[in-house]
Write a protein that binds this ligand. Structure first.
Ligand code: HEC
Ligand code: HEC
Ligand code: HEC
Ligand code: HEC
Length: 489
């Protein structure tokens, strides 16, 4: 599924292939990824219990009750980069009887060849190596850094850059975005986690395994590098030194990455559903968008956004608001900009825009309130950094409310409705900016896949083509394609 990703992404041409399990022996570059369809949407949500809640006094009882009542997904979990465990290194996972099998193992719950998949096809295994290229050397030079391979500024996202005392004997920084960069330090679960069924997934999580199956936890993990955090961020300064622009959507990126190899990283089947949370695509998309939106707002509310500089952190703005040809005038007053005139650069609102569309499709009570808050954020943009931050706080409260109401069930059989809402919104010309068109593309692709409507594939391809070059994006053409799309439906 998830075929083509627009100009932003190196994983350009994806060809769909319906082969299910067997190994396909073709050589694939990242640029032509074979994708598989093997999704068993399950509503079952395994709730991870926090082992830390031992209720003694009344206060603790109340708090732990509150925590127990919260969806597990909303519980804050230390990211692998911030956990308290020793990271044992990829070599500790790579033995052939563990995760280094050459081919998927029969009769095992997991493939056991994750190491091979990761080494051969996962971009994350190349993330450290990417810091050794001429491209990175040039970025480093412009930033006045001696070597990107030793700079925390780069290693924080391109490797498992935990503190030296957390690095086990077999740990190597050159492993890049390693198993434990996503699954958490294995110190307390390495020796026991394969003991299935005596040791459950919940036991592993209690021992420090990061709950990558939980949609909120996964969003926080991926976003920590694909958008950034307060502690590590691909700033406008880094971008201007030559770093590629970052874009993200949880479901699309999960699928692109999961199926990047000849063998998927994991497979969601009945057995998986017994053990773990297995959210469907549309829910992953929706929950991922809200997580993305809130994550952005947290960055806007944070100290790095305004600082003392003349300009706020431009990495959080719509890049194409400033970086676009002067010979074309695309500006048009959009309702969400609340009457702000031409020449005003806007915060990158691509995830907020999609959230508004989603909220409308789901008939969420606060859809209009979210939309007005987005407008207030834009209007605040021509006042002051403080005004932006106040508006961000307000919008975040709306998103939190929406997040609280979101459940897998609300997405069931709503794909057509959500798709129609996106198409209408787009046909009306609202995807004027490349960033939101890119988000719309990823959403439409995911929904068409969910609807299993092969007829629409040519139109998906046409949409993807229209986005190939972000600097030559033509909004009117994109709007026409969406309009046509709606007709074909
Ligand atoms: C906030 C996290 C973050 C930081 C900080 C960061 N990067 Fe990246 N970098 C990424 C991500 C994510 C990608 C992949 C982007 C994509 O393709 O969607 C990437 C991609 C790249 C690429 C392109 C890789 C390729 O295979 O073509 C280079 C080169 C690069 N980064 C170098 C650097 C250097 C040098 C630094 C330090 C100055 C740095 N990065 C800092 C997250 C980061
Ligand atoms: C970019 C993040 C990332 C990296 C790097 C990564 N994984 Fe995963 N892994 C995930 C996610 C996300 C899932 C799916 C959610 C889940 O099952 O927890 C997963 C699932 C798995 C599963 C579970 C399959 C199942 O059926 O339960 C295994 C086993 C696994 N990974 C092993 C590895 C090993 C070994 C490595 C290193 C060679 C590795 N992973 C690297 C993110 C990652
Ligand atoms: C520790 C930081 C980190 C984490 C966590 C992380 N990534 Fe990445 N990711 C990167 C970097 C860096 C690259 C670029 C690697 C390169 O090209 O050399 C990348 C590349 C990718 C790519 C390829 C993009 C392209 O343009 O080719 C996809 C897809 C991706 N990541 C998905 C995910 C998903 C899904 C998650 C969460 C399950 C995740 N990543 C978690 C750092 C991270
Ligand atoms: C408010 C306007 C504004 C926004 C928004 C903005 N930039 Fe910039 N950008 C600038 C300015 C001003 C420069 C400096 C131009 C120069 O060096 O002459 C610059 C420089 C750059 C350069 C170096 C260009 C060169 O010729 O050296 C790159 C690359 C870049 N920005 C990327 C981005 C990306 C990616 C984003 C979005 C995350 C972004 N910019 C958002 C105004 C902006």
């Amino acid at each position: 599924m998830h075929k083509e990703i627009p100009g932003m992404c190196k994983m350009n041409k994806l060809t769909e292939d319906m082969v299910a399990e067997d190994l396909v022996t073709v050589t694939l570059s990242i640029a032509e990824i074979l994708t598989r369809t093997e999704i068993a949407p399950l509503d079952k949500v395994t709730v991870t219990k926090s082992s830390k809640i031992s209720a003694i006094d009344k206060v603790t009882v109340t708090i732990s009750l509150m925590i127990a009542l919260l969806p597990a997904a909303l519980m804050a979990q230390a990211l692998p980069e911030k956990d308290a465990y020793v990271h044992e290194g990829v070599a500790s996972c790579a033995a052939s009887q563990c995760h280094g099998s050459a081919v998927p193992r029969e009769g095992s719950g997991v493939f056991q060849n994750e190491y091979v998949t990761w080494t051969q096809n996962d971009p994350h295994s190349q993330a450290y190596l990417a810091l050794g290229t001429e491209e990175s050397a040039a970025i480093a030079r412009r930033l006045g850094i001696e070597d990107a391979r030793t700079a925390d500024l780069c290693l924080d996202c391109h490797a498992d850059n935990v503190s030296s005392k957390q690095r086990g004997e077999r740990f190597q920084i050159s492993d890049g975005v390693s198993c434990e960069a996503c699954h958490g330090g294995a110190q307390n679960w390495l020796a026991t986690h394969h003991n299935v069924p005596a040791v459950t997934h919940a036991d592993n999580v209690a021992a420090g395994l990061y709950p990558t199956d939980q949609v909120q936890a996964r969003a926080a993990l991926c976003l920590s590098c694909h958008l950034g955090t307060r502690d590590k961020f691909a700033t406008h300064r880094i971008m201007a030194a030559g770093h590629p622009r970052l874009a993200f959507e949880l479901d699309t990126f999960t699928e692109l990455w999961r199926t990047a190899g000849r063998q998927p990283h994991y497979r969601v089947d009945a057995d998986y559903g017994e053990r773990k949370s297995a959210p469907g695509h549309s829910y992953t998309w929706g929950a991922g968008l809200i997580a993305d939106g809130r994550h952005r707002l947290a960055l806007i509310m944070g100290p790095a956004f305004s600082g003392d500089a003349l300009f706020p952190e431009l990495g959080l703005y719509d890049c194409h608001a400033c970086h676009r040809s002067m010979k074309t005038v695309q500006w048009r007053s959009l309702p969400r900009h609340g009457g702000a005139g031409p020449g005003v650069p806007f915060i990158n609102d691509s995830s907020f825009v999609m959230i508004v569309v989603l909220a409308r499709a789901l008939d969420a009570d606060n859809a209009d309130a979210v939309a007005s808050s987005v407008t207030r954020l834009h209007l605040a943009g021509s006042r002051s950094a403080a005004a932006i931050q106040a508006a961000a706080t307000e919008l975040d409260a709306e998103l939190r409310r929406l997040q609280g109401d979101l459940s897998e069930g609300r997405f069931r059989d709503r794909e057509r409705q959500i798709l129609a809402e996106i198409l209408d919104f787009g046909a009306a010309g609202n995807f004027l900016d490349y960033e939101s068109a890119e988000q719309a593309f990823m959403a439409v692709q995911m929904l068409v896949f969910e609807l299993r409507d092969d007829e629409l594939q040519a139109e998906i391809d046409a949409l993807g083509d229209a986005l190939q070059d972000d600097e030559r994006y033509r909004p009117a053409q994109f709007a026409r394609l969406l309009e046509k799309f709606a007709v074909a439906e």
